[in-house]
Ligand binder design. Structure first.
Ligand code: ADP
Ligand code: MG
Length: 592
């Protein structure tokens, strides 16, 4: 079937045709209400707080929701924006907008710095670093009195002239929230958004697919801080007074609770969570006469929501909604996958000399030479524990070689990180499947197609066509829009291969693709390998199934105890006495 009607948005996330117009109308109605409905100062303040907070919470949608990184310093970024607008205007007479810009840039800078710490830290340590940053900012705000005015805070912060009226200012904040929310919504299905989700779901696979994991995290932190900064700047203009306690660690926790409560996966969740956490305390105000009761009910409500709606309120609503609608028939890509085989360089796609990988005293890979000719299938075999996976991990950059050199397409890649090797033309699958489980099959494959160095990368229509063609090639085009976590083992393998194929690599590394497959799936795999090879893509395959290996591979390299014990044409190698001895002697589980 031919490619028809494949606009990127429609294909990635089934989208309602009236979604955007409805959104615009909704925002216009909200802005009009803000402008014309008479309100008390109290209502105005609550509304201003909710809109400016929601902008900061949107930042957490990016860094935590999309990229999976914890950030317990959002109030600090909020504070940077707020103080920039406060001090800049009152002390230095700088224009509001310039202050907003400066504050946002400052937040972005510190956000990137915080993101940079993810190079060495993750999980709990990252949480601690963000808390430390939060505490430092609080300390500076309190103690750097000549600049920040200390605990007294900054007063009489003006707004721009045309926004001087409170209602007008609120309408403007609603507009900003709507605009930024829309951008965050859009971000999810951009290349960067997919990269962030891939990093969140499986960092290792993201690197191997060609994503610069570190840069992606730094970007997520910086963007999150930008939203924190903008929110804070608007907050300062809204309340005309800022003080350090408004930007404390406790507020960062509130921001985090807001996003978790509403649902991290979507900007809608950010808005819902913020609204609720600002409104619940107001609703419970009548309880304040009984000390403690108010807090207990508030806490219990939050715990109950998080307990029974682990994906947040919006996630819960979406899940209910998804039960009813079944994805409409998707557009098929047809068997149109083009594989260039990495062009027409030298005869050798890969040349490995004296490759070693030691783990302490264990020589997992020991002085191995490997020459892979362009075109055809090269098998790497050997008993369990002989160093096959380790070899592949060193080739793809997950491990650093202890010694030796690796040339890919005539280029020395020995010291490159995984994503750079992928950019240089490497594709691989894993012995234990590593997909991004919360993403659809198509999204998984699209990230593969976005491999830096793949010519199709820049053009979104071509990218989508290629991704669908790769799925069609492995026979899964009709499941493109399903989340891969629900796939059978065999289908997950197929998606993993499609992901690598979509990147149009020069060399495809397959680590035991047949493991765990039933016999009919194995037949399909053999057929698939032959079809890939027929299109000119070079394959290096590890497999235990000697029938499969002898059928598809022209060349075989045999490892035993990390050393190369045989290498050459398949028929010769399989007859080699050392090979027979190694297999019969140490690995009785190998199918002969
Ligand atoms: P194969 O894939 O051929 O079954 P591996 O490459 O997985 O073998 O393992 C080769 C040897 O290296 C094994 O003895 C294994 O225990 C060891 N090894 C693999 N990875 C590591 C690691 N990260 N740290 C320490 N030892 C390892
Ligand atoms: Mg292995």
């Amino acid at each position: 079937m031919s490619m028809t009607a494949t606009t990127e948005g429609a294909a990635v996330r089934p989208r309602l045709r009236w979604g955007l117009p409805a959104y615009v109308v909704l925002v216009l109605v909200a802005m009009t209400l803000a402008l014309v409905v008479p309100k008390t100062g109290y209502v105005l303040n609550i509304s201003l707080q909710a809109t400016t907070y929601a902008i900061a919470v949107l930042g957490l949608t990016i860094v935590l929701g999309l990229c999976g990184q914890i950030n317990l310093a959002q109030a600090a970024f909020f504070g940077l924006g707020a103080y920039a607008v406060g001090i800049g205007q009152t002390e230095y007479g700088v224009n509001f907008w310039v202050c907003l810009l400066l504050g946002t840039c400052m937040a972005a800078g510190f956000g990137a710095l915080l993101g940079a710490s993810t190079l060495r830290l993750g999980g709990h340590y990252l949480a601690m670093v963000t808390i430390s940053f939060q505490q430092i900012v609080t300390l500076v705000l309190i103690n750097w009195i000549p600049v920040t005015k200390g605990p007294d805070g900054v007063r009489a912060i003006p707004r721009p002239g045309f926004l001087a009226d409170g209602s007008t200012y609120l309408a403007f904040c609603i507009f900003m929230l709507a605009l930024l929310g829309f951008l965050v919504w859009k971000l999810r299905d951009t290349r960067l958004g997919r990269a962030m989700r891939a990093v969140r779901d499986n960092e290792l696979a993201a690197g191997v697919a060609g994503i610069d994991v570190y840069r992606t995290k730094v970007t997520a932190f910086a963007l999150s801080a930008v939203l924190g900064g903008i929110g804070g700047a608007l907050f300062a203009g809204g309340f005309s007074y800022v003080s350090p306690d408004q930007f404390s660690f406790a507020e960062s926790v509130v921001f985090l609770t807001m996003v978790l409560l509403g649902g991290v996966a979507s900007p809608i969740g950010a808005a819902i969570g913020t609204g609720l956490l600002i409104l619940i305390p107001e609703w419970l105000r009548f309880l304040k006469s009984i000390p403690g009761l108010y807090l207990a009910i508030y806490g219990a409500a939050v715990i109950l929501i998080v307990l029974f709606m682990p994906d947040g309120i919006w996630g819960f609503v979406r899940n209910q909604f998804d039960r009813f609608k079944r994805a409409a028939g998707s557009v098929l890509g047809g068997d149109t996958l083009q594989l260039s085989g990495g062009g027409t360089g030298s005869d050798m796609v890969m040349e490995v000399r004296g490759l070693s990988k030691h783990f302490g005293g264990l020589k997992a890979v020991d002085e191995v030479d490997l020459t892979i000719r362009r075109g055809g299938v090269h098998a790497l075999i050997g008993p369990n524990g002989s160093g096959k996976t380790t070899t592949l991990n060193v080739l793809s950059g997950l491990y650093r070689a202890t010694s030796g050199t690796i040339m890919l397409n005539g280029r020395d890649v020995t010291n490159l990180p995984p994503h750079a090797r992928t950019a240089a033309g490497l594709g691989r699958t894993f012995q234990n499947i590593r997909l991004w489980r919360s993403m659809t099959a198509l999204e998984n494959v699209m990230v593969g197609a976005e491999r830096p160095g793949n010519p199709v990368g820049g053009d979104s229509a071509a990218l989508l066509a290629r991704s669908r063609a790769a799925l069609a090639f492995v026979g899964l085009e009709d499941r493109a829009d399903e989340v891969v976590a629900n796939f059978s083992y065999g289908h997950q393998r197929a998606v993993e291969i499609a992901r690598a194929l979509a990147g149009d690599p020069a060399l495809l590394l397959l680590d035991e693709p047949g493991a765990g497959l039933n016999s009919s799936e194995k037949v399909e795999l053999r057929d698939l390998l032959k079809r890939i090879s027929a299109r000119g893509l070079t394959i290096l395959i590890i497999d235990h199934d000697m029938t499969l290996v002898s059928e598809v591979a022209q060349h075989i390299t045999v490892l035993n105890f990390g050393r190369r014990i045989a290498d050459g044409y398949s028929a010769d190698v399989l007859k080699h006495p050392d090979v027979i001895a190694a297999y019969l002697g140490t690995a009785p589980d190998v199918a002969a």
